[in-house]
Design a protein around this ligand. Sequence first.
Ligand code: GLC
Length: 449
Amino acid sequence: MKALKNTLFFLFFCFTTDAFAQNVANTNLSWWQEARFGMFIHFGAYAVPARGEWIKNKETLSTAQYQKYIEEFQPEDFDPKKWAKIAKQAGMKYAVMTAKHHDGFCMFDSKLTDYKVSKYFKNRDLVKEYLEAFRAEGIKVGLYYSVIDWQHPDYPHFGDMMHPMRNNETFKDKKHNFDTYIKYMHGQVEELTTKYGKIDVMWFDFSYGEMKGEKWKAKELVSMVRKNQPSIILNNRLMGDGTGKIGDTEALGDFETPEQGVPEQPRKDANGNIVPWETCLTLNNGWGYTADDNQWKSPELVIHSLVNCVSKGGNLLLNVGPDARGNIPTQSVNILAEVGKWMELNSESIYGCGASELPKPDWGRFTQKGKKVYAHIMNPHIGHINLKGYHEKVVKARLLRDKTELFIENTWWGDLTKDNVFINIRKPTYQHYNLPDKINTVFEIELKR
Ligand code: GLC
């Protein structure tokens, strides 16, 4: 009888935890799913014109016209140790920096080209410096690498969907040999994954139209990366149109990458299981430094977005676009500092947490780690919160920021239903009390298991 009870308890435990747990089949992902919050860094010569990293495309600049920016790019203040401290203080656990963006200009000392920062700026390899500085702060390191290349002569130009010279008749008769480009691109990825020590994340960007999958020789590329870096994790953008559904047999990456928004629902595979996903967001509207863009997101919006992601089993990769001198814009630094203050008191409700077994409440969101549920009270709300259906299933509740005991009541006047559990910072719980953090007060609630 006791054995049967234990088995039933075990099955119940498996169901209740697994049903809401992430897909952790790939153990390389476990640190990343624990981390939840990372810094994206778009840094390159496009910081000089300061009109975003797509400037070459948008203003249809030839490589010759773009050259002045390459030469002017002298980021004298570049000090990745400072950046790493900013990331760490914000509570970010990993970072991904652009090693090469679509403009083709390399931020590392590639032996395969002269189109690289080390040739123009004091022989410096900015990727190497970034990796060392972030590792020294205990932050996991990733590299963004654009498979698109608007400088390489063997990348499709005239008639391509994206290339700056797509409509330029003088490029019509220029021949290109795409195999040569693929060899170059694979060669650079080989350099990045063999000469720079342990790389934790490789972030490829991006596929479009016919330019996807085997056009990139993606299988070969991915197996080379995994051979060179057995514990690396990869995003999904080598497959069609940035989808690369995780869970599909053809998916070559480990996690999905929505961008500039938090998905309405968790990303799921065909069987309804949450797949690993990470959304990337900018702090204003630009990835690369955009001088006249003042549409900064508030610290509140950033915190709410982070919680929103975690409550759906996802990660947030939050972007900074350092300027041409190598400084992260002051506005970004200030926002991140505010986020850091909240994280300092509340990160337990973020790290290692995922979607909750409880449905989304009106007043905010739940995150959960095992038997601990975190109630993020983010919207205006009167009185107590109610975990309907959890009557006598709550062991205790604390205010996360200082671990103060909270009050739990199972009944309320006028409501004799037995399945309520009311929680508030004072008694009687049905009264309204102002919460200590207007942006997001977190209640830590321990469930009976
Ligand atoms: C898009 C853009 C690119 C940016 C990326 C970040 O793919 O092309 O500029 O780096 O999104 O996700």
